[in-house]
Design a protein around this ligand. Structure first.
Ligand SMILES: Nc1ncnc2c1ncn2[C@@H]1O[C@H](COP(=O)(O)OP(=O)(O)OP(=O)(O)O)[C@@H](O)[C@H]1O
Ligand SMILES: [Mg+2]
Length: 155
C-alpha cells in the first residue's frame, strides 16, 4: 500500500491489495471527473502495453476500468483508482482497485445482475467488467464505501 490514501474504503480494500503477489509499481489516481477517467484509461492502456497484453486483452481491461471508474464517480461520490503492477516471479499482471467512501452496495449479487441499475444506466457495468477480467472482488460496507478489485494476467 502506498501511504497516500486516506479513505476508509482504501483501508479495508488493503486486503485486496496486500493479498496480491509482489507488486512492482503502485500508482494512485483521483477519480472525481471525466478527465480523471481519461487519465486512468491512458495509464491502464500503457501498463497493459508494457505487459505485452494482446490488443483484445488491453481493450477488455480498459473497458472494465472505465465502467468501474464511472461507478466510483456516479454512485460512490468520487474516490480513487489504484493501478498495481504485479509480478510473482512466474507471471506478470495488473491489479486495479476502485475505492470510494460512498453509500456502499446493499446487495452485491443484485448489483451484479445484468440489467440491474439504480441510476438509469444499462446495468451492465459491474457484470460486464467481471466477464472481462481474470479476477474480480468487491468489498463494500453500508454507509462506509465500496472497493472493487480486478486483475488481469499476461497469458
Ligand atoms: N461504487 C458504487 N457505490 C454504490 N453503488 C454502486 C457502485 N457501483 C455500482 N453500484 C450499484 O450497482 C448498480 C449496477 O452497476 P452497473 O455498473 O452494473 O450499472 P449502472 O452503472 O447502473 O449502468 P451502466 O450499465 O451504465 O454501467 C448501480 O446502478 C448502483 O446501484
Ligand atoms: Mg455502471
Amino acid at each position: 500500500m502506498s501511504g497516500t490514501s486516506t479513505t476508509a474504503t482504501v483501508r479495508f480494500a488493503s486486503r485486496l491489495l496486500d493479498a496480491g503477489p509482489h507488486t512492482a509499481q503502485h500508482t494512485v489516481l483521483p477519480l472525481t471527473s471525466d478527465e480523471h477517467v481519461v487519465a486512468l484509461r491512458r495509464l491502464v492502456r500503457e501498463v497493459a502495453l508494457s505487459l505485452k497484453l494482446s490488443l483484445v486483452d488491453q481493450t477488455k481491461l480498459v473497458t472494465a476500468a472505465s465502467e468501474l471508474a464511472r461507478n466510483t464517480i456516479k454512485y460512490g461520490g468520487g474516490g480513487e483508482a489504484h493501478v498495481v503492477e504485479l509480478d510473482d516471479g512466474f507471471r506478470r499482471g495488473v491489479l486495479l482497485v476502485f475505492a470510494d467512501d460512498g453509500p456502499g452496495i446493499a446487495d452485491v449479487d443484485l448489483a451484479l445482475t445484468d440489467g440491474y441499475t439504480t441510476g438509469g444506466g444499462l446495468g451492465l457495468g459491474l457484470s460486464g467488467a467481471r466477464r472481462l477480467v481474470d479476477e474480480f472482488d468487491i468489498d463494500t460496507r453500508a454507509g462506509e464505501g465500496t472497493a472493487v478489485a480486478i486483475a488481469k494476467w499476461k497469458r
